[in-house]
Design a protein around this ligand. Structure first.
Ligand code: GDP
Length: 316
C-alpha cells in the first residue's frame, strides 16, 4: 500500500480503541512521520511492578504481537504465574500473563535504574521492531482516580478491572497532574505536527488525562493545523468499554455530538460514523466514514480516508 505524502502526523491514543487507529496509520504513513502519544493515567504499581496498560497495548499492537481476541496482552500467552499466585491465596484480579510479565519486569528495572518512562518506551518499541515514534504523555506518575457512588475513590484499574467498570462514576481526576510536565519529545512532536489526530479512544478516561498535562492543551491549540478526533460512539453506544455508560453518568447525552463538544476548541474537525446521521458539531469540519475497525484492512482504510480528506481540503 502506498504511503501518504510527507506530513508529520501526531495521534493521541488510549489503549485498545486508540491502538487500532495507530496501527492503521502505521500502515499508511512513513514511520519517520508518525508519532503516537499514549495515555498513562491508567498506569499503576502492582506487586512491585510498574504496569502501563495503554502503552503495552499500543506497543504489542504496533509490533503485531497483540492478543487478537482481547486486543490487549500478548498472543499465545499463558497464566501459570497468575494461577500460582491464586493458589497462594491471592485475589489476583489483574491479568498478568507469563510472557507479558517480562515487559513489566524490564520496565520496572529500567525505571529503578533511573531511566525515564520515555526512555523505557523508546527501548521497548525498538526491541519489538516498531519504527514509528511512541511516546508516553508524560514521565510523571499521574494516576486517574475515579470517584464512585458505591466505593468512593478508586484507582483506575480497580474501577476498570477489579470492579469491571460497574460502579457509578460521579467524577474523575488525575492525581498530581499539576506537578506533571510535558516532555521535550512530546513538545517537539506537537510543534512539528502537520496533522493532529485523536483516536476513537475514551475521551474522559484516555484523552482527558493527556489534555490535562500542564501545557498540553495550549500546545495543541497553538498549532494552526487540522486537529481532528474520531468518534468512539456509534449509534448511541461505545464499540467497547465504559464510554457510553460513563457519559450518561456524567450527565452527557450519549452521542458523537457530545464527544465533539467535550473536546471544545482542541478540535478543528471531527469524524463520525456512517451509521449515524445529522451529527451536530458547532463549527467543526465534519465527515462520516465507516469507523468500525474490525480487521487490519479496516484500520488502514480509515487512516487513509482521514488523511486523504485532510490532504485534499484546506482547513485548520
Ligand atoms: P482502552 O483504554 O483500552 O479502553 O481504549 P481506548 O480508550 O483507546 O478506546 C476505547 C474506546 O474505543 C471505546 O470508547 C470504544 O467505543 C472505542 N472503539 C473501540 N473500537 C473502535 C472502533 O473500531 N471504531 C470506533 N469508532 N471506536 C472504537
Amino acid at each position: 500500500m502506498a504511503l501518504i505524502a510527507e506530513k508529520n502526523i501526531v495521534v493521541f491514543v488510549g489503549g485498545v480503541g486508540g491502538a487500532k487507529l495507530a496501527l492503521g496509520l502505521q500502515q499508511v504513513v512513513a514511520p519517520e512521520h508518525l508519532t503516537t502519544i499514549v495515555n498513562t493515567g491508567d498506569d499503576f504499581w502492582h506487586y512491585g511492578l510498574r504496569i502501563c496498560p495503554d502503552i503495552d497495548t499500543v506497543l504489542y499492537t504496533l509490533s503485531g504481537r497483540v492478543d487478537p481476541i482481547n486486543g490487549w496482552g500478548l498472543s499465545d500467552d499463558s497464566t501459570i504465574m497468575l494461577e500460582t499466585l491464586r493458589s497462594l491465596g491471592e485475589d489476583a484480579w489483574f491479568t498478568l500473563r507469563d510472557k507479558d510479565l517480562a515487559t513489566h519486569l524490564l520496565r520496572t528495572k529500567m525505571l529503578r535504574e533511573g531511566y525515564s518512562l520515555t526512555d523505557v518506551v523508546g527501548h521497548l518499541a525498538k526491541v519489538q521492531g516498531i519504527q514509528p515514534t511512541v511516546l508516553p504523555m508524560t514521565d510523571a506518575e499521574v494516576p486517574t482516580i475515579v470517584n464512585t457512588v458505591e466505593h468512593g475513590e478508586l484507582e483506575f484499574q480497580s474501577y476498570f478491572v477489579q470492579h469491571r467498570w460497574q460502579p457509578t462514576v460521579k467524577s474523575l481526576y488525575f492525581k498530581n497532574i499539576d506537578q506533571a510536565t510535558m516532555t521535550d519529545s512530546v513538545r517537539q512532536a506537537i510543534q512539528n505536527a502537520d496533522i493532529i489526530l485523536f483516536a476513537p479512544s475514551n475521551p474522559w478516561l484516555s484523552i482527558a488525562p493527556i489534555l490535562s498535562v500542564p501545557g498540553m492543551r495550549d500546545a495543541i491549540i497553538a498549532r494552526d493545523v487540522p486537529r481532528v478526533a474520531v468518534t468512539p460512539i456509534i449509534q448511541g453506544k461505545a464499540v467497547k468499554g465504559p464510554a457510553a455508560k460513563l457519559m450518561g453518568e456524567l450527565g452527557y447525552d450519549v452521542s458523537p455530538s457530545s464527544v465533539a463538544a467535550y473536546y471544545e476548541d482542541v478540535l478543528t474537525g471531527f469524524v463520525y460514523d456512517i451509521r449515524d446521521e445529522n451529527v451536530e458539531t458547532y463549527d467543526l469540519k465534519t465527515i462520516s466514514f465507516d469507523t468500525m475497525m474490525l480487521t487490519d484492512e479496516d484500520k488502514a482504510r480509515l487512516a487513509r480516508e482521514i488523511l486523504i480528506w485532510l490532504n485534499e481540503r484546506e482547513f485548520v
